[in-house]
Design a protein around this ligand. Structure first.
Ligand SMILES: [Zn+2]
Length: 81
């Protein structure tokens, strides 16, 4: 299965995502959100422009189906925003 992603920063559509934001680690959101990035440039840009780093990390990590560790977003359905 080859999944088409849309970059959260530049809106480019692309395959084979290797960079993404995952709300699993972030106390800002109480639901699971994945934001794919087309490459390191957009991933860094997101880090610079967003306030997610101002929130503490989630500890311990939440449990349940919604919060399963995602190793590769190319093979899963995910919700973005
Ligand atoms: Zn991009």
């Amino acid at each position: 299965m080859t999944k088409l992603h849309t970059c959260y920063v530049c809106n480019k559509q692309f395959f084979n995502a290797t960079y993404w934001y995952d709300s699993l680690y972030d106390t800002k959101y109480d639901k699971r959100i994945i934001r794919p990035f087309c490459g390191p440039f957009c991933a860094n840009k997101f880090r610079d422009m967003s306030d997610v780093n101002d929130y503490p990390q989630r500890k311990p990590l939440p449990r349940g189906e919604e919060w399963k560790i995602i190793q590769d977003i190319n093979n899963v359905e995910y919700e973005t925003d």
